[in-house]
Design a protein around this ligand. Structure first.
Ligand code: C2E
Ligand code: MG
Ligand code: MG
Length: 252
């Protein structure tokens, strides 16, 4: 009930973390990452705790919708101030049961005047799903509407290959456990190389998550990644705190 109350009163809010182009470091997108605040503005448990809790307690649809609305509204504000950014929003596999979801997400984007080709939906599969058919249909409809689809934490979940085979993903996100420190880890490097070549063969963008230092950056550049996300660039921050950073970064 505490989490439900927080969701309903907008105490679950998105922070935003930049994704920059490897070629010129311009910000192409921001990922919306949910944060839980108490009414007196203290940080509550992290998403690794409250997202699975929301999934297990029937709150994930409400949470996703609230984060989606806030993230799209923020992108609309940035657009009006001249910043044309894409936004990546996380969807749980548990959100993909209701065939009306694509229309609802589309309607919110239209209402906020954000073209759906500016919205990337990130999907992670953290546990074995019993029935993929609804998820498959929903993701296919979203793609046909023009949303981008990203497969998050690639290589860590269940049936990544099967998802990749069945769903028209546009982007592959390398999980940070393979990214950070890969320059000194032969097996991480092998996993990265084959994941990137798979993505390239499927004409997908590749995002490296968890880039924490120059060595990580250099390796991702050499391996042919398009986009970089990680503490080396910027941590997830509230929109107001990120705005000056985004503006500074646009200056030559
Ligand atoms: P994710 O979608 O894979 O998000 C990336 C996570 O990596 C974020 O953790 C981010 O803060 C962290 N990260 C980014 N760069 C670095 C880095 O350089 N080093 C390290 N150590 N970490 C980095 P966060 O915000 O704690 O979120 C954890 C997970 O919770 C997310 O993983 C996502 O699966 C889930 N999550 C967060 N917000 C939402 C949401 O609104 N909806 C759903 N369904 N899941 C969400
Ligand atoms: Mg994500
Ligand atoms: Mg991830």
């Amino acid at each position: 009930s505490e989490l439900k109350e927080a969701i309903c009163t907008n105490l679950i809010q998105p922070h935003f973390q930049p994704q920059v182009s490897i070629t010129d470091r311009t910000t192409i997108a921001v990922e919306a990452l949910a944060r839980w605040y108490s009414p007196d503005k203290q940080q509550m448990p992290p998403p690794a705790v409250f997202i699975p809790f929301a999934e297990q307690n029937g709150l994930i649809d409400l949470l996703t919708e609230k984060i989606y609305i806030q993230a799209v509204q923020q992108v609309a504000i940035w657009r009006r101030s001249g910043l044309d950014l894409k936004v990546a929003i996380n969807l749980s596999m548990d959100n993909l049961h209701d065939l009306s979801l694509p229309d609802r997400l589309n309607a919110i984007a239209t209402e906020e005047d954000v073209p759906v080709d500016r919205i990337i939906l990130e999907i992670t599969e953290s546990r074995l799903a019993t029935d993929h058919s609804a998820a498959l249909e929903i993701l296919t409809r979203l793609r046909l509407m023009g949303f981008s689809l990203s497969i998050d934490d690639f290589g860590t979940g269940y049936s990544s290959m099967e998802l990749l085979h069945n769903i028209p993903f546009t982007e592959l996100k390398l999980d940070r456990q393979f990214v950070h420190g890969a320059h000194s880890n032969k097996s991480s490097r092998a996993i990265l190389e084959s994941s990137i070549s798979l993505a390239q063969n499927l004409s997908m963008d590749v995002v490296a998550e968890g880039v924490e230092d120059q060595q990580d950056w250099d390796l991702m550049a050499n391996l042919g990644c398009n986009l970089i996300q990680g503490y080396f660039i910027a941590k997830p921050q509230p929109a107001d705190a990120l705005y000056p950073w985004l503006c500074r970064q646009l200056k030559p």
